[in-house]
Design a protein around this ligand. Structure first.
Ligand SMILES: Cc1ncc(COP(=O)(O)O)c(C=O)c1O
Length: 380
């Protein structure tokens, strides 16, 4: 039997008195990257003029490293603050004809759906939400989404890894289905960096993903990968001095007076992941989480839903949910778990179901899930 890599909470500064089981929402930055970030901020305030003169060169270096990590062409890779910004910039670029349809699925992240709704309102277009059952296999996912596409579809906006259901979508096959009608595909890959190799390589028109989630880079660091045909037209959301800069991706670097330190420090976290042999660890975390989620489900007399292609480091547990199913009730429950059990988890809602979504990163061990399994029944 091969040895399992030991957990590395020592590399993070997370409070050891808390069970951290929700990396998926806001990430967590390793100490080394925090140190670099803090050094960069010290440097900024030692001489702001010198710092801002140096930013362009440092961003170019950072962009190259981040693009190489995604295995994508650096000339189509722009820095954006977060996946929300990436999706919004993509929606702002594509033509949306009056009466056309923007297609999403019922797995779409709420804020991404809001972005699509804003553009639909502005262009007098329609939003179509396709219901994809949780337990669907890839063939079913493709068949259901493809059936909703037609010559009047302005875009397909689709998750690569969904938030509420932690499910991997077959992006390449969906891109192929859209190409029949020439429909632009916007991929929300918020969770994809570090969980899917070469996540932007499936031929979508736009792909966006967060470095501040699984690669553990400082918030707010994300990438937007733009297919060649859209590069000339795709603009940053903040209008600043790069407005007439024809260079892509450089024009995304200049957002006026802005905190560029996270983008410059971001590659440090990639080096931390490399040192802990992340690809192997990700596989180990996936097995550990299968076991851990099983323990939590068993303690609640419940089950782990049968997601056909789950994200490697996230699993759902379906708790017996007493009482009201509302956002307020969910928030109140998370706060209770945080205060009374000293555990951080998240809840997600899908269809009429409520799930506990558990995450695993390199600082977690099976004992974390066993402890949650012991504690949770007291609050449910
Ligand atoms: C699937 C998905 N899309 C988009 C986002 C938005 O990410 P951000 O808040 O970094 O813009 C998230 C955040 O959790 C997400 O899970």
């Amino acid at each position: 039997m091969t040895d399992i890599s030991p957990p590395r909470p020592d590399l993070w500064s997370l409070d050891p008195g808390v069970l951290h089981l929700n990396h998926g929402s806001y990430g967590a930055v390793p100490r080394r990257t925090q140190d670099l970030l803090s050094a960069l901020r010290t440097e900024t305030d030692a001489n702001p003029m010198a710092w801002f003169r140096s930013v362009a060169g440092r961003l170019a270096t950072s962009r190259l490293e981040l693009a190489a990590y995604l295995d994508t062409d650096p000339t189509g890779f722009a820095l954006v603050p977060n996946a929300s910004a990436g999706v919004t910039a993509a929606l702002a670029t594509i033509p949306i004809a009056t009466g056309s349809r923007i297609v999403l699925t019922n797995h779409a992240y709420g804020a991404v759906r809001f972005a699509a709704e804003r553009f639909a309102r502005q262009h007098h277009a329609e939003i179509v939400v396709v219901d994809v059952p949780l337990e669907s296999d890839d063939d079913t996912v493709v068949a259901i989404i493809a059936a909703a596409l037609d010559g009047n579809t302005a875009a397909l906006v689709v998750d690569q890894i969904s938030s509420a259901t932690a499910m991997i979508f077959p992006i390449r096959r969906l891109v192929d289905a859209c190409s029949e009608y020439g429909i632009p595909v916007i991929v929300d890959g918020a969770h994809a960096p570090a969980l899917i190799d070469a996540p932007a390589g499936d031929g979508a028109d736009f792909w966006t993903g967060n470095f501040h989630k699984w690669p553990a880079s400082p918030r707010a660091t994300a990438g937007l990968v733009v297919a060649e045909k859209w590069r000339a037209e795709t603009l940053p959301l903040i209008v600043s001095w790069s407005e007439y800069d024809e260079r892509m991706p450089e024009r995304f670097d200049m957002l006026g007076t802005y905190d560029y330190a996270p983008w410059i420090a971001a590659p440090e976290s990639l080096r931390v992941l490399e040192e802990i042999d992340w690809p192997r660890r990700r596989t180990e975390l996936s097995s550990m989480l299968d076991e851990g989620a099983g323990l939590v489900a068993k303690s609640l007399g419940s089950s782990v839903p049968d997601v056909v292609n789950p994200a490697p480091t996230m699993r759902l547990v379906e708790p017996p949910w007493p009482g009201e199913r509302s956002e307020d009730a969910g928030e109140a429950f998370k706060i209770r778990v945080s205060r009374e059990l000293k555990a951080e988890i998240t809840l997600t809602a899908f269809d009429t179901r409520v799930f506990i979504r558990l995450s695993a990163h390199a600082y977690n061990s099976l004992a974390d899930y066993a402890k949650l399994a012991d504690l949770l029944p007291s609050v449910l």
